[in-house]
Design a protein around this ligand. Structure first.
Ligand code: COS
Length: 385
């Protein structure tokens, strides 16, 4: 049975994350967005709070929290600013959780403590210019050389790629083996042949760093291999099981932020001699947002509970990710409608919510990919084969 009651500890952690968000994130979100500023000072504070690897075991510098509690933190940060939330999601779910699950003891002790404190950042190099949804079909190559590997390829849309000290790079070792030939490597970004460039002009997530990576004959030792040769696709998919949960949690935060801003505005804004909250059509938009928020949160909590109790959860995570991301886009759009002209400029957070929510139905698997995963689970038929 799913338990919806939060423990006292979870309530405290949520309150702390809420206060942190209101004190440290909300006041700087607009300026960071306007200036496309990746806020390293905020990253440092996120690390100090233990938000950059909270699900990692304490032995490796994390907080050993469960997924439900992690989701509460991510929701609060997502309410404040999705760019900050992206740092938490990528660092925790895509990078740290992959190293913790697939790494050797040496790799875990080498990388995790510094990642969890935010002393260094990591990035997740799966997507390529010609490989998005069809992740198994990537063209970055890893070839054996004396005592190690030589990696060559391009990666695209990589969050934190210009700041990361370690990049989790997925590469093909044997194209004939298709997804079973993939391998994951922990590549120090100061390696010879590794370079990155910034991507600008994004609709949203403007305070998030986004990079194109060029990996030109980068040489790494066998000790850079995460898991075995051939495990790469599973490393990527298990990372996305965690990453999609994190994105979904952040989108619950966007939904909640839309409700909070819109209810406050509707009670204050007067038209026709009364608050617009008194109009039925405005209440309808508020009700739609509230239902979306509550439903998204329930799906996210269910996915977290399945993870915490060790049950299969890939489909349920896709359901949560699909619903929460689409709900965030709908809610932000509704929130702008409630705010009228005021919602179209950045005095209120709602236009940023819409711009930031929009990418969440694209990255970590598009809504269409989530539907195909759900459809395959229901029918047993793989529409992607
Ligand atoms: N955890 C661990 N292993 C998994 C897994 C998971 N969640 N999901 C699948 N696998 C394993 C399977 O068990 C299978 O193993 P075997 O080779 O031993 O049979 C293997 O991976 C292949 O699984 P599957 O048949 O599901 O792979 P598909 O090629 O059908 O996967 C989708 C297709 C679309 C699901 C996958 O490519 C995908 O998620 N694409 C979207 C990529 C994405 O999100 N990109 C964004 C990157 S971050 S911005």
């Amino acid at each position: 049975m799913i338990e919806f009651d939060l423990t006292d500890e979870q309530k405290l952690i949520r309150e702390t994350a809420r206060d942190f968000t209101d004190r440290e994130i909300v006041p700087v979100a607009r300026e960071n967005d306007r200036n496309e500023r990746f806020d390293l000072d905020l990253v440092r504070k996120l690390g100090e709070m233990g938000y950059l690897g909270p699900i990692v075991d304490e032995e490796y510098g994390g907080r050993g929290l469960d997924y439900r509690t992690y989701g509460l933190i991510v929701e609060e940060i997502g309410r404040g600013d999705s760019s900050a939330r992206t740092v938490v999601s990528v660092q925790t779910s895509l990078v740290c959780s992959s190293i913790e699950r697939w790494g050797s003891e040496e790799q875990k002790h080498h990388w995790l403590p510094r990642l969890c404190t935010g002393e260094i950042l990591g990035c997740f190099g799966l997507t390529e210019p010609n490989t998005g949804s069809d992740a198994a079909n990537l063209s970055t190559r890893a070839e054996r050389n004396d005592g190690g590997w030589r990696i060559t390829g391009q990666k695209q849309w990589i969050s934190m790629g210009n700041y990361a000290k370690v990049a989790l790079i997925f590469a093909q070792t044997d194209p004939e083996q298709q997804h079973r030939g993939l391998a994951a490597f922990l590549v120090p970004t100061d390696s010879d042949g590794f370079s990155s460039s910034e991507i600008h002009g994004k609709l949203g997530l403007r305070a998030s760093d986004t990079a194109e990576l060029s990996i030109d004959g980068v040489e790494v030792g066998d000790d850079a291999l995460l898991g075995d040769v051939g495990d790469g696709f599973k490393v990527a998919m298990s990372a996305l099981d965690s990453g999609r949960f994190s994105v979904a949690s952040g989108c619950v935060g966007i939904c909640q932020g839309c409700v909070d801003a819109s209810v406050a505005y509707a009670k204050e804004r007067q038209q026709f001699g009364r608050p617009i909250a008194s109009f039925q059509l405005v209440q309808q938009m508020l009700a739609d947002m509230i239902v979306d928020t509550e439903a998204a949160r329930a799906l996210v909590w269910r996915a977290g509970w399945l993870k915490d109790t060790g049950q299969p959860n890939t489909t349920e995570t896709s359901i949560a990710k699909l619903f929460a991301t689409e709900a965030a886009v709908r809610s932000a759009n509704n929130a702008i409608q409630v705010h009228g002209g005021s919602g179209y400029v950045d005095d209120h957070p709602v236009e940023r919510y819409l711009r930031d929510a929009r990418v969440t139905t694209l990255y970590e698997g598009t809504s269409q990919i989530q539907k195909l995963i759900i459809g395959r689970a229901a029918t047993g038929v793989n529409a992607m084969a």
